[in-house]
Design a protein around this ligand. Structure first.
Ligand code: MRU
Length: 367
């Protein structure tokens, strides 16, 4: 269950600290009720927390990636319904105003299915009051914590059965660790599991342009635990794989559709293509809350387009010439044929080798 906190901001910890214990978010009761978010835009320089107690502030935090990563967005959405209820009580909102606020939260980012699901799961209890909504959000968090541990063990087993080199060299893209989830991580959870089993040589961390989730967040999480890693530019992926420096690639997902297509951070498709060419297994790790059986394929998913300034500037300084335009999709679609395994806490499918059976097997995992 998520910790209720009125604790002061924890001090930053150095190498050796357990980064898997870092929390992206938690419900806070003091100094006033609200959602306490670790500001991921300030990492790795500063470990700062923001107390969010209005829907406007939470939508802004979601859009600016103060809180990010599909499972963390799901939890933020669920607690966000409590934020909306409390704000509505304070401000005297009618039912229509409350519903509009919850809808704004549900759609604040369109691609990660977890956000809409988290909001819906909690909103189903809105009529029972804030305590019931918080209990629903707590349940979602508890399930995500459990799911990450289970899928990490399953994914590590699969990888060890399919690779021969020891210790392993793993490539990952974006950040899928403790800060992207509610604890531990998905793809980075598998990395943690491999490290704990003593079979991990090093992690090759893609920087993940344009917002550098790999450089800023994944390297931060790995560094705190003393897990060996190197950061490389996204453009080095193909070369690293072609030069035989990678034994397996493990990434997360914002949505996996019924056929096994995987929507994830822009650049993931390039990783998968290079893996296929190099004969390197490409693994997607995602909790069941990220599997979207209602959507047939990746082409049907709305991919978020983000502001061009994220591409045209670096660290707040404009790098592109005046007049340059940018195309900035936040995610890409990796077709199922390139995905060797999708690992969930309910089981694992192998879309690349079982294209016909993938949807049926995934449906079979559903309750
Ligand atoms: O734009 P972001 O940083 O929210 O994108 C995050 C990703 O693409 C992650 O790989 C995905 O959400 C899985 S996080 C466990």
């Amino acid at each position: 269950m998520i910790r209720r906190t009125d604790a002061p901001v924890p001090p930053a910890a150095g190498a050796g600290a357990d980064a898997s214990a870092v929390r992206a978010l938690e419900w806070s009761v003091a100094p006033r009720p609200g959602l306490r978010l670790l500001d991921q835009t300030a990492l790795p320089d500063r470990e700062e927390y923001r107390l969010v107690d209005t829907v406007d502030a939470l939508v802004d935090a979601v859009v600016r990636l103060v809180v990010r990563g599909a499972p963390a967005l799901g939890a933020a959405g669920a607690y966000g319904v409590a934020v909306a209820l409390l704000e509505g009580e304070r401000e005297g909102w009618d039912a229509a105003r409350l519903a509009a606020a919850i809808e704004r939260l549900r759609t604040a980012r369109p691609t990660a299915v977890n956000l809409a699901r988290g909001v819906q799961a909690a909103a189903a209890h809105a009529g029972e009051g804030v305590a019931a909504v918080l209990a629903a959000a707590d349940r979602l968090v508890a399930e995500d914590v459990r799911a990450n541990r289970v899928l990490s063990a399953l994914g590590a087993d699969w990888i060890l059965a399919r690779t021969s080199r020891r210790p392993l060299r793993v490539l990952t893209h974006c950040n899928t660790g403790a800060v992207a989830t509610t604890a531990w991580g998905t793809a980075l959870g598998i990395v943690r599991e491999l490290h704990a089993r003593g079979v991990l040589a090093e992690v090759r961390v893609n920087e993940t342009r344009p917002l550098l989730q790999g450089t800023r967040l994944t390297a931060w999480e790995l560094g705190r635990e003393g897990i060996p890693h190197v950061v490389q530019v996204d453009g080095a992926t193909a070369s690293s794989i072609a030069r035989g420096l990678v034994d397996v690639a493990v990434v997360g997902a914002d949505r996996v559709t019924a056929n096994g297509d995987t929507v994830n951070k822009i650049g993931t498709l390039g990783v998968a293509l290079a893996c296929r060419d190099g004969g390197v297994p490409f693994v997607v790790a995602a909790p069941w809350t990220t599997i979207d059986l209602a959507t047939p394929d990746g082409a049907s998913v709305h991919v978020e387009q983000r502001p061009g300034e994220e591409v045209l500037a670096l660290g707040g300084r404009r790098t592109a010439p005046a007049g340059a335009r940018a195309d900035n999709p936040a995610f890409d679609v990796t077709p199922a044929r390139l995905v060797d395994a999708v690992v969930t806490e309910r089981g694992l499918v192998e879309p690349a080798t079982d294209p016909a059976g993938t949807a049926a097997r995934l449906h079979g995992f559903a309750p």
